[in-house]
Design a protein around this ligand. Structure first.
Ligand code: SAH
Length: 250
């Protein structure tokens, strides 16, 4: 009883924060987020999924944060999206719940995370989610994934040029990549600009905003894909991180 009471409070906070972000979810969608919160808290006791354990923080810093591109009109219904290095499903799971006719592929190299994501998909009944287990550098070379998505998203995946090398190959020409970053991103932009150009993209915008109800500053880096990514990218597993692309470009 006490637990249900508490998660209702959190869901009120979530609904209010979404509203102030301009996102209006219906009751079945809020119910899905509540189930996700409960599964995350439960599974996190056994496997390490998130360092944030306070439910009210999870709803703001994981759920609402994940929805920021929707609030800014950057992702919409009907499109295909890949979340590269999704971990416990962020930002991909909240996006899939909020956009039920979008198709969302969740990619991660960790098998433990895949087990959790699979349980969530079944438990919540998310029919628009596909799981992709493996390294981004390898999966991006497969025909079924290469330049196949309208959008790629990534949060907490690494330096901007590393993120771009691992994500841009998945994006169709005419699509976009969205990197979720903190306020420190401005120091990475020069790496990002070089890398974007090399990989067939252009950084079109950097959006700064506060997470609703907090003083936490977040940024979204938007990269438009203007031409195909050269076939030599991404390089072999581990190389994008070990020898970041911007360090090699003049
Ligand atoms: N996006 C999530 C998780 C970030 S942690 C969030 O913001 O909460 C980074 C995740 O990326 C980890 O789960 C790790 O397993 C995965 N990862 C790191 N490098 C990867 C690679 N090259 N290919 C696929 N997954 C990778």
């Amino acid at each position: 009883m006490a637990k249900a009471f508490r998660s209702n409070d959190e869901m009120e906070l979530f609904r209010a924060a979404c509203c102030s972000f301009g996102i209006h979810l219906n009751t079945p969608q809020v119910e899905k987020f509540k189930m996700l919160l409960e599964m995350l808290l439960d599974w996190n006791k056994r496997i390490s999924l998130t360092a944030i354990t306070e439910p009210s923080k999870i709803v703001i810093e994981h759920f609402v944060d994940s929805l920021a591109p929707i609030a800014h009109g950057l992702l919409s219904e009907g499109i295909s999206i890949i979340d590269v290095g999704t971990g416990a499903g962020f930002p991909g799971l909240p996006i899939a719940i909020a956009l039920p006719t979008a198709f969302v592929a969740l990619l991660d190299a960790s098998r433990k995370k895949m087990t959790f994501l699979s349980a969530v998909r079944e438990g919540i009944g998310l029919t628009n989610v596909e799981l992709c287990h493996g390294r981004a550098e390898e999966l991006a070379r497969r025909h079924e994934h290469r330049e196949s998505y309208d959008a790629a998203v990534a949060r907490a995946f690494g330096r901007l040029d590393v993120v771009l090398e691992c994500c841009m190959p998945f994006v169709k020409v005419g699509g976009r990549m969205i990197a979720y970053k903190g306020p420190g991103v401005f120091e990475e932009l020069r790496f990002g600009e070089k890398a974007a150009m090399e990989l067939g993209g252009i950084i079109s915008n950097v959006l700064e905003f506060f997470l609703p109800t907090t003083d936490i500053k977040r940024t979204l880096v938007i990269v438009e894909k203007v031409k195909p990514t050269p076939p030599r990218y991404p390089r072999r597993v581990g190389v994008p991180q070990k020898r970041p692309i911007a360090n090699l470009l003049k």
